[in-house]
Design a protein around this ligand. Structure first.
Ligand code: PBE
Length: 270
């Protein structure tokens, strides 16, 4: 019933993703700050895939729903979502994705270090690869095709770097679509420099730990300053931050555009 308070319409439930995601931690802070931590309000933990299937079903039936969303991601266009305003600015305006490598990589694998240090692309470029993978293309193939279509850009990351022989490198990541895209791309570029590359998916906390403990060489998945800020702080001094590989990512609560009267997180508490 659209005349009921929105909380009641959505059963006081924000449909979330994996418990370990940075966005879930921020969303808990958001709920507290906007008074959505009382009564029956809850942040539902599930998985990205489950969140998206609930979203797909609700949008099909024009039901109200509030989800933890982010860009780059095809969910925003496909389900006609709008991000809710965050007047308390808890999610932060935009996020950058950083490349984080283990201490000592620069010395041990200077060629890989240099390429990782140069790697950067745009949200649109990442989104294009994500769409291909979502439509069924194998991530390794999709990023390989992208490289063929963006030779100059790839060349700007590898120019002048010596090819290596018999060297291996291990990248870790979380299997979110954005990270599947960037990690497979970087893996392929390193392969083109002669590296034997292993990529390993894991959850977010082990991901940061893998770099801090030298169990892995690097990762391109650090959404900062807010989303994964706690891991950055926890492991500070135990990794090298090679800076931004993508700027203008975004994280926040979103609703389908047909929820006309809901435009701000503060509207949820009304
Ligand atoms: N995400 C997508 C991740 C980063 C990529 C926003 C779900 C998170 O740490 O929350």
């Amino acid at each position: 019933n659209p005349n009921e308070p929105v909380g009641k319409q959505i059963n006081y439930t924000i449909t979330g993703i994996e418990a370990g995601a940075g966005e879930m931690t921020t969303t808990q802070k958001v709920m507290k700050a906007y008074g959505l931590n009382k009564g029956n309000w809850q942040l539902q933990t599930s998985s990205t895939a489950a969140m998206i299937s609930t979203l797909a079903k609700d949008v099909k039936n024009k039901q109200p729903i509030v989800v933890t969303s982010w860009t780059p991601h095809w969910m925003v266009n496909r389900y006609h979502l709008k991000f809710l305003k965050d007047p308390k600015n808890i999610y932060g305006k935009t996020e950058d994705i950083h490349t984080i490598v283990r201490k000592g990589l620069k010395k041990d694998k200077p060629e890989a270090y240099q390429m990782l240090n140069r790697f950067h692309w745009t949200p649109d470029e990442m989104a294009a690869v994500m769409l291909k993978v979502n439509s069924g293309e194998d991530p390794r193939r999709a990023t390989k095709n992208w490289m063929t279509q963006h030779k100059q850009q790839v060349n700007s990351w590898t120019k002048g770097i010596k090819h290596v022989h018999g060297k291996s490198i291990k990248l870790t990541y979380v299997a979110w679509d954005s990270e599947i895209a960037s990690t497979n791309l970087v893996a392929n570029v390193l392969r083109s420099l002669g590296y034997k590359v292993e990529i390993q998916a894991m959850e977010l906390q082990p991901l940061w730990a893998s770099i801090a403990t030298n169990a892995a060489d690097g990762m391109v998945c650090a959404w900062l300053p807010t989303t994964q800020g706690m891991y950055y702080k926890d492991y500070k001094g135990k990794f090298d931050d090679l800076g931004t590989n993508l700027s203008g990512a975004k994280v926040g609560l979103a609703v389908p555009k047909y929820m006309k009267n809901i435009n701000s997180i503060s509207d949820l508490a009304k």
